[in-house]
Design a protein around this ligand. Structure first.
Ligand SMILES: Nc1ncnc2c1ncn2[C@@H]1O[C@H](COP(=O)(O)OP(=O)(O)OP(=O)(O)O)[C@@H](O)[C@H]1O
Ligand SMILES: [Mg+2]
Length: 480
C-alpha cells in the first residue's frame, strides 16, 4: 500500500482572538512549580483541590504514564468543569493532541455513534514521524545564469562552499526561478533540499558582513557552515492517526481535512494504517504520542457508547479520556438502570474521579471581576457587589451573562461604567432559571405542550402517571 506522508508540520485549529466566549479568560490551570494552585492565576480562581488533581493528571499525561486511563470531572452546573478541561488543554505540550467534544456530537446523521467515537479517539492519538532528508548547505560563492539561445530557457550553475570545501552544482529550472525570486546572491548562506529542490535562505555570511553594512538592520548574519556540503537533516512532524486516516481514505483526502467533509472511514483503511504505523515504530521512524480526548456532558451517551469507551481505553493505543458530567444519581440513558452520574458501574470502576464544588461568594466575585476585565467592561464597586449577590443566589453563568447585557445598557445612557442600576435593569429584562420556572408555573396553561397539570404536577407522557414536579430534577446535582 502506498502511504501518503502528510507534508505538514502540524495541523492546528484556527484560534481566533475571541474574548466573548465563555472560557476565553482561562489561560491555564494557574499552578506553581510544585503543582500547587495559586488562588487566582491564569484566569482561574479557587476550586483548589480539583485544579491540583488536574495538575497531577496533566503531569502524568506529559510523562506518558496515564495513557489508557480515564478521568471523570463531576460537579454541579457552573462549577468550572469545562473551564478546568480547557485549562488542561492550554497547558499540554505543542504536539500533544487534544480533542474536545460534547457528548451530543456523537449523535449525528452523518455517521454511526461508534464511527464518531472512533474518529474522536484517533484524533487524540498523535504519531510523531521522523524523516531524514538530504540537504546541501553552504555559502554562495557565485551564481551564473545563462539564457539559452536555442529555446529561451535558462541554465545555470551555483558554486557553494563551506569552511572546508567548495563545489559547483548545476541548477534546474525551478531552482533558477527560486534564486531570482528570493534575490539570492553571493554571500548568502542557503540550504537546498535534494529531493524537492527547495531553496531556503538562512542569512548572510558573517565573513562578508562589511559588504552588507549599508543594507540596514534587517539583515540576519550566520556563520559559514563547516565540513561537508551534503548533510542529512532530521525533520520531525506530528500528525494524528485520524489525519492519516483521512488523507489515505479518499482521493482528495488532504482537502477533506479542511472541508470537514470526512464521512465514515473504512475499517480496512484503518487496519492498513495501524499496520504501517506499527512498522514505522519498529524501524524507529515514528513514535506514538497519546493525547487527550475530552468528552463533555458525558451522561448524554448510551450503553453502546460506554461499552465502546470501555474497550477503547484498554486497547494498546489509547489516549487519556477525560469526561465531565453534572448529573448525580440518575438513569443511564435509554435504560431504567440508575447509577452514579448516569454512567455504568463497569466504566465508573475504571475512572479517576475529580469533583468540583460550589464557589464561595468571594470566589464568585473574583471570577466576575476577571470576566469584566476580559470583556473590557468597567464596573463600579456597588454594581459588582450586586452582581456577586446575583451570582451566588442564582447562578454564576447567569451573572456572567448579565455583564455583557448591563454593559450595553450603560452604553445606551452614554456612560462607560456599569452602575447598580444597569445591573438591576439587566436582571429584570432577562430572567434566570428560578424566575423562569416560577413564571411557567403561573402561566403554564397558556403555553403549548405543557406537561404540568393544574395542581403543579408533572404529567407523564406514557401512562399519564402523576409525579412530583421536583422529582425529575433531583437528577441534576443541584439547580435548586
Ligand atoms: N475556577 C474558575 N475560575 C475562573 N472561571 C471559572 C471558574 N470556574 C468556572 N468559571 C467560569 O464560569 C463559567 C461556568 O463554568 P463552566 O462552564 O466551566 O461550568 P461547568 O462545571 O462546565 O458547568 P456545566 O455542568 O453546566 O457544564 C464559565 O464561563 C467558566 O469559564
Ligand atoms: Mg460544562
Amino acid at each position: 500500500m502506498s502511504m501518503n506522508l502528510p507534508k505538514i508540520q502540524e495541523v492546528k485549529d484556527l484560534s481566533r482572538i475571541e474574548r466573548i466566549g465563555a472560557h476565553s479568560h482561562i489561560r491555564g490551570l494557574g499552578l506553581d512549580e510544585s503543582l500547587d494552585p495559586r488562588t487566582n492565576s491564569q484566569g482561574m480562581v479557587g476550586q483548589i483541590e480539583a485544579r491540583k488533581a488536574a495538575g497531577i493528571i496533566l503531569k502524568l499525561i506529559k510523562e506518558g504514564s496515564l495513557a489508557g486511563r480515564a478521568v471523570l470531572i463531576a460537579g454541579q452546573p457552573g462549577t468550572g468543569k469545562t473551564a478546568i478541561a480547557m485549562a488542561m488543554a492550554k497547558s499540554l505540550g505543542e504536539d500533544v493532541p487534544f480533542t474536545m467534544m460534547a457528548g451530543s456530537e456523537i449523535f449525528s446523521l452523518e455517521m454511526s455513534k461508534t464511527e464518531a467515537l472512533t474518529q474522536a479517539f484517533r484524533r487524540s492519538i498523535g504519531v510523531r514521524i521522523k524523516e531524514e532528508t538530504d540537504i546541501i548547505e553552504g555559502e554562495v560563492v557565485e551564481i551564473e545564469i545563462d539564457k539559452s539561445v536555442t529555446n529561451g530557457g535558462k541554465t545555470g550553475r551555483i558554486v557553494l562552499k563551506t569552511t572546508d570545501i567548495e563545489t559547483q552544482y548545476d541548477l534546474g529550472q525551478k531552482m533558477i526561478e527560486a534564486i531570482i525570486k528570493d534575490k539570492i546572491v553571493a554571500g548568502d548562506v542557503i540550504t537546498i533540499d535534494k529531493s524537492s529542490g527547495r531553496i531556503t535562505k538562512l542569512g548572510k555570511s558573517f565573513a562578508r558582513s562589511s559588504e552588507f553594512d549599508a543594507m540596514g538592520g534587517q539583515v540576519r548574519f550566520v556563520q559559514c557552515p563547516e565540513g561537508e556540503l551534503q548533510k542529512r537533516k532530521e525533520v520531525v512532524h506530528t500528525v494524528t492517526l485520524h489525519e492519516i486516516d483521512v488523507i489515505n481514505s479518499r482521493q482528495q483526502g488532504f482537502l477533506a481535512l479542511f472541508s470537514g467533509d470526512i464521512g465514515e472511514i473504512k475499517s480496512e483503511v484503518r487496519d492498513q494504517i495501524d499496520a504501517k504505523v506499527a512498522e514505522w515504530r519498529e524501524d524507529g521512524r515514528a513514535e506514538i504520542v497519546p493525547g487527550v480526548l475530552f468528552i463533555d456532558e458525558v451522561h448524554i451517551l448510551d450503553l453502546e457508547c460506554f461499552a465502546f469507551i470501555n474497550r477503547a481505553i484498554e486497547s494498546e493505543q489509547a489516549p487519556v479520556v477525560i469526561m465531565a458530567t453534572n448529573r448525580g444519581i440518575t438513569k443511564i440513558r435509554m435504560t431504567n438502570q440508575v447509577s452514579p452520574h448516569g454512567l455504568p458501574l463497569d466504566l465508573l470502576d475504571r475512572l479517576l474521579i475529580i469533583t468540583t464544588k460550589p464557589y464561595t461568594s468571594d470566589e464568585v466575585k473574583q471570577i466576575l471581576t476577571i470576566r469584566c476585565e476580559e470583556e473590557d467592561v468597567e464596573i463600579n464597586e456597588e454594581a459588582m457587589e450586586l452582581l456577586t449577590k446575583i451570582g451566588t443566589e442564582t447562578s454564576l453563568r447567569y451573572a456572567i451573562h448579565l455583564i455583557t447585557v448591563s454593559n450595553i445598557i450603560s452604553q445606551k445612557r452614554k456612560s462607560n461604567e456599569v452602575e447598580m442600576d444597569d445591573i438591576s435593569q439587566a436582571y429584570s429584562l432577562f430572567i434566570d432559571v428560578e424566575r423562569s420556572k416560577a413564571f411557567l408555573r403561573d402561566y403554564e396553561k397558556d403555553f403549548m405542550f405543557s406537561e404540568v397539570d393544574e395542581d403543579g404536577h408533572n404529567v407523564d407522557n406514557d401512562n399519564n402517571k402523576k409525579e412530583e414536579t421536583n422529582k425529575s430534577e433531583n437528577d441534576k446535582m443541584n439547580l435548586d
